[in-house]
Design a binder for this molecule. Structure first.
Ligand SMILES: [Ca+2]
Ligand SMILES: [Ca+2]
Length: 124
């Protein structure tokens, strides 16, 4: 059966001025644009949560990846390297210590698995 009115010449409604990829990156722009002025621990954690989803890793996977010496906790240097590897951001020691302070429930100045889990789960 033939359709008299062929609709194939309908213009695209979704003519988006920018490619979808540009929109996808809206949340995490360029990796190196973080300045101390606009930086927040929450932002860093939400980037980590995004990276976790992107890579399909569990929080335990990420914890193990961060915990270079496998002592069951993430200290400052481990967090610094982990964030650099996961999201590409180079954070200053001051920024690292802000993150640790904001996650560190038991105040041992390190991030335990439960502390990381809690911090990242609250992103949802
Ligand atoms: Ca460690
Ligand atoms: Ca702790």
């Amino acid at each position: 059966m033939t359709v008299p009115f062929q609709t194939r010449s309908i213009p695209f409604h979704g003519q988006s001025p920018q490619p979808l990829h540009a929109n996808d990156l809206g949340g995490q722009r360029s990796p190196h644009t973080m300045s101390d002025d606009t930086w927040s621990a929450e932002e860093a954690m939400s980037k980590l949560a995004d990276a976790l989803k992107d890579k399909g890793m569990s929080i335990a996977d990420m914890f193990a990846a961060f915990d270079a010496d496998s002592d069951g906790s993430i200290n400052g240097p481990e967090l610094h390297h982990g964030i650099r590897d996961m999201v590409g951001d180079i954070l200053s020691p001051a920024q690292i210590s802000v993150i640790i302070q904001s996650l560190d429930v038991d105040e041992d100045h390190r991030i335990g698995l439960e502390e990381l889990r809690k911090a990242l789960s609250e992103e949802e």
